[in-house]
Write a protein that binds this ligand. Structure first.
Ligand code: UDP
Length: 432
């Protein structure tokens, strides 16, 4: 297995001072200084599609600008490897089953070859930041002397315990293991090495910058949505844990009393590490059949950042009806745009939405439909909710907070004596 470097656009941390809380900017400056020149390499399995790529395309250049010498690599796996790692992903989120000995050996074997290819090409780092299960076994094969952070972006609240037993020894090889929430910390780890860092969004990307109203309307029209009719949307990969069928069920209940409502499901398929997406999409197409007000989007040539932005800004309601959700960047993205969000009452969605204040948390299709109706029928309350949601994201879920958290972990590994702050900002983010 090989890898390649990902080119990122150059970003300047100073540009964030106008949107981010001042204390986050100061924290980055002092931590960045303590890490000046340290080589930090992030490694994951895809440069496009999904939340991890979304975070890295901003965090890596911003980390680079703040002090360390930061770069980003993606592994180049074969379909056989991604089939196994997608299974691992599902098992970590609680699916039934297990990984056979042969599959486990294949998974580890690919990473062993990846380590060799890294060595052969002379890539070195002071800190390796390995993201998600695809890269976990690499922690056993990288050269001694460099520090290793393994980051689990998955909702492991109720994982399959058999797979945890298989993976915990691999996790123990890392100097630090990062989860998005305290309840995700799996059994069998040395907790002194565990850190909690929830994800965050970049407020200055095309997707998240405040769009003009006219641009929003034009964009919606261009992709076949009617800007003059109420619209609800879920922006999420076609994945069984995101429950697109449940969203359609709730929409159908709402449609009985709001007949002109439209539903847009945006799930562009481009992440090569998600081989199940086409199968899920097929079932959703079938499920939505016969209703021309349900719009499904999976083509990257039709939906890119401007379209996601327009939908998240222009929708009356954004839904993220996940059954498991490591974090759910789409939630923060929509809240940042002042749009009310209804989220599944699970995982990382719970630390973003305060039920009834900054959005709604729902456990069932019926609850989802009730919340949809409440938002559609009371635009005044929806506006207040949107405003509170935006401020919540500003304080806790912007790129500047997560960058500070990662710099803090790197700093405790490389420059423990000059560590200015031991506590991660997550503690505040989680309201603890
Ligand atoms: N996304 C997108 N286009 C789509 C669907 C999703 O750009 O059609 C983006 C979405 O805006 C978000 C990311 O993909 O930034 C999904 O991240 P999230 O944490 O919500 O879920 P994940 O895919 O990591 O499970």
């Amino acid at each position: 297995m090989s890898f390649q470097f990902v080119e990122t656009s150059s970003l300047k941390i100073d540009g964030y001072a106008r949107v981010a809380p001042q204390e986050q900017m100061e924290r980055i400056r002092s931590l960045g200084l303590s890490l000046d020149g340290a080589r930090v390499v992030h490694l994951n399995s895809t440069a496009v599609g999904g939340g991890v790529a979304e975070i890295l395309k901003s965090m890596v250049p911003l980390m680079d600008d703040s002090g360390p010498d930061a770069s980003w690599m993606v592994l180049e796996g074969a379909p056989e490897f991604f089939e196994i790692t997608k299974r691992l992903h599902n098992l970590l989120q609680g699916a039934e089953g297990s990984l056979s000995k042969k599959e486990y050996e294949t998974y580890v074997g690919y990473n062993e070859r990846l380590a060799k290819s890294i060595k052969d090409r002379g890539v070195e780092a002071d800190v390796w930041v390995l993201h998600d299960p695809q890269t976990l076994p690499l922690a056993s094969f990288l050269p001694e002397g460099s520090k290793i952070i393994w980051v689990c972006h998955i909702d492991t609240t109720l994982p399959n315990q058999r797979v945890i037993k298989q993976l915990a020894p691999l996790m123990q090889k890392a100097d630090r293991v990062v989860f998005s929430l305290p309840q995700y910390v799996v059994d069998g780890l040395d907790t002194s090495r565990v850190r909690i860092i929830p994800p965050a969004i970049d407020p200055l990307t095309t997707k998240n910058k405040e769009p003009k109203l006219k641009t929003v309307r034009d964009t919606l029209s261009r992709i076949g949505l009617d800007p003059d009719r109420p619209m609800m949307s879920q922006v999420a990969r076609f994945d069984r844990w995101k429950d697109p069928w449940g969203v359609i069920d709730a929409y159908r209940m709402v449609k009985e009393s709001v007949p002109d409502v439209q539903l847009a499901l945006l799930g562009v398929i481009e992440a090569i590490d998600d081989p199940e997406a086409y199968g899920v999409l097929d079932t959703v197409v079938e499920y939505a059949k016969g209703d021309s007000d349900i719009h499904l989007f999976s083509d990257v040539n039709i939906v890119g950042e401007p379209e996601v932005s327009a939908v998240q800004k222009g929708a009356e309601v954004i839904i993220q009806k996940s059954l498991r959700e490591g974090f759910g960047l789409s939630v923060a993205e929509a809240m940042w745009k002042g749009t009310p969000v209804i989220g599944g009452n699970c995982g990382g969605i719970r630390i973003q939405i305060e039920h009834g204040r900054t959005g709604f948390l729902v456990d069932t299709v019926e609850e989802c439909a009730t919340a949809m109706l409440q938002i559609l029928k009371d635009p005044k309350q929806a506006k207040v909710m949107g405003k509170l949601g935006r401020e919540h994201v500003r304080q806790k879920f912007l790129m500047t907070r997560i960058l500070g958290d990662y710099l803090s972990v790197c700093s405790e590994l490389l420059a423990p004596s000059s560590l200015p702050d031991m506590g991660l900002a997550y503690a505040e983010a989680a309201g603890e």
